[in-house]
Design a protein around this ligand. Structure first.
Ligand code: ADP
Ligand code: MG
Length: 477
């Protein structure tokens, strides 16, 4: 449709000033026919946090009965004040401001009803939580549309509940792209033709029956590529607070630098292994239609940022980036009786999968007397229970002696196409990690040869990242 989807993250919308800057950027690129996607307002200061986090705690608070309800309602009043005062800073008094003020008041009246409902029932289902959690985006889209309109670019806030059709897997819903494409075009086409810029909520969608769902925490990046695919956008731009995708999280590795171009596959690996600059599901809709993604910095808009597309240049650097995921547990099955028993690993992974638990990395020692894998720490009790039930007989016979978990570990991953066929990269990675005094608990190399990943104590992950960055990202081959 000859449009460019531009998504702004919460940090880029945390205050009135940031919202104004974002709107100015949208106006600067008016020739690209922007369709805007927004997150909820982010953290503005030490005492004013992310709106979505506040909504989660409000919902949980409301569940705990009358006292919790009162606390939830007063937290809602604070959130309402934050949005109303932002509006006052953005838009002068007049009909536009009054209309948006009424819309904000309406949203908060709905939120209060939800909280009272949750408190009366004493229950917060994933479905109710989704209904509440998506309000941050609805509120923020009203503010952004008002700002654009006030600056002279007519804009309309549109809830993605009207556009993105999903299944009913609350908190982690997936889009039906055929239905989403039809709805998005039907709803946004006339706006665009009429010269009205749509400001769409990130994070949320709705089932075909119209029940609100969310696409996963921090999934507004995913919303942006869903809209991009639905509208056959020329490009999708993700505006954030870093100069594109960098060779490491700059907060952890000060020498990190921007990667000017990376491939979809490399971006997926980085997102999968915890680089929160992109939500892991973001790439999928873009790949299917070959839509380029650009990651740019709202604080430094002249910087070209990162272009993500099908191809990436091979760099002289062996690894392009290093990343980590904290908060994991390493589960180990050990026993001499495991030696050469076919299907044991398969049964272990099926048992875990049957619980709906995601395995992030697997490592099997060549002696086959031990298998270990990394999972989210929150899933550890359920995992151990499932494994002990599955292998009760093997444990009785001492074919498996130990099923245990090592808590608070992290996966560190080096990612990049340059590692393929470069001899000795693994050696350099582990030599550097060893020199930094970090002990590897398990190692895995992806079959794509696009990454080397290993597990370390959570507290040593940052040191490991800096060591790997210095050895194989900065030095190169
Ligand atoms: P937004 O609110 O725009 O969605 P996020 O906080 O989700 O922003 O993502 C941007 C942050 O991701 C950056 O501030 C940076 O600290 C962090 N980050 C982690 N890994 C990387 C990386 N490889 N490149 C750039 N930023 C990264
Ligand atoms: Mg983000």
């Amino acid at each position: 449709m000859g449009v460019t989807v531009m998504k702004f993250g919460g940090t880029s919308l945390a205050t009135a000033g940031r919202i104004r800057d974002a709107a100015e950027l949208v106006r600067r690129y008016a020739a690209l026919r922007p369709v805007v996607v927004v997150s909820a307002m982010g953290k503005a200061s030490e005492s004013v946090g992310k709106v979505t986090d506040a909504l989660f705690s409000i919902a949980r608070e409301a569940r705990t009965g009358p006292r919790g309800r009162d606390a939830a309602l007063s937290a809602l009043a604070e959130l309402e004040a934050r949005h109303l005062s932002t509006l006052t800073e953005l838009v002068e008094r007049g009909p536009l401001a009054e209309g948006v003020q009424a819309a904000i008041a309406q949203r908060f009246s709905e939120l209060r009803d939800f909280c009272i409902g949750v408190s009366l029932l004493g229950e917060l289902s994933p479905r109710s939580l989704d209904a509440i959690a998506g309000y941050g985006e609805k509120l923020c889209s009203l503010l952004m549309a008002a700002m654009l309109t006030a600056l002279g670019t007519p804009a309309e806030a549109v809830s993605a509940e009207e556009l993105i059709v999903t299944d009913d897997r609350f908190q982690n819903a997936s889009p039906d792209m055929t239905a989403t494409t039809a709805r998005s075009r039907a709803r946004l086409g006339p706006l665009l033709e009429g010269g009205i810029l749509p400001v769409v909520t990130g994070y949320i969608g709705a089932t075909p029956e119209g029940v609100t769902t969310t696409l996963g925490r921090n999934a507004s990046d995913f919303s942006a590529t869903i809209m991009g695919a639905a509208l056959h956008a020329d490009e999708v731009w993700i505006w954030t607070d870093a100069d594109g995708v960098m060779s490491a999280d700059p907060r952890i590795v000060p020498t990190a630098r921007t990667l000017p171009e990376i491939s979809y596959v490399e971006a997926s690996e980085l997102a999968y292994f915890g680089s929160n600059v992109l939500h892991p599901r973001t790439i999928v809709p873009a790949v299917q239609l070959n839509i380029p993604l650009r990651i740019k910095n709202t604080l430094n808009p002249e910087h070209p940022g990162t272009l993500i597309s099908a191809e990436s240049p091979t760099s002289k650097h062996t690894a392009k980036a290093v990343t980590k995921i904290n908060g994991l547990s390493l589960v180990t099955l050990h026993g001499l009786g495991m030696l050469g028993v076919p299907g044991l690993a398969g049964r272990a992974f099926s048992a875990v999968a049957a619980e709906g638990i995601n395995i992030l990395m697997i490592s099997q020692s060549s002696s086959e007397s031990n298998i270990c894998f990394a999972i989210d720490q929150a899933d550890v009790e359920r995992t151990l229970r499932a494994l002990k039930a599955t292998f009760a007989l093997e444990m009785l016979h001492h074919d498996i002696d130990v099923i245990s978990a090592h808590h608070d570990v992290a996966i560190v991953a080096a990612v990049g196409r340059g590692m393929k066929g470069t001899p000795g990269v693994a050696g350099r990675v582990f030599a550097a990690v060893g020199q930094a005094g970090v002990n590897c608990l398990a190692i895995a190399q992806g079959s794509s040869e696009l990454n080397i990943s290993f597990v370390v104590e959570g507290g040593q992950a940052a040191d490991a990242m800096r060591a790997v960055h210095e050895a194989v990202v900065e030095e190169g081959a």
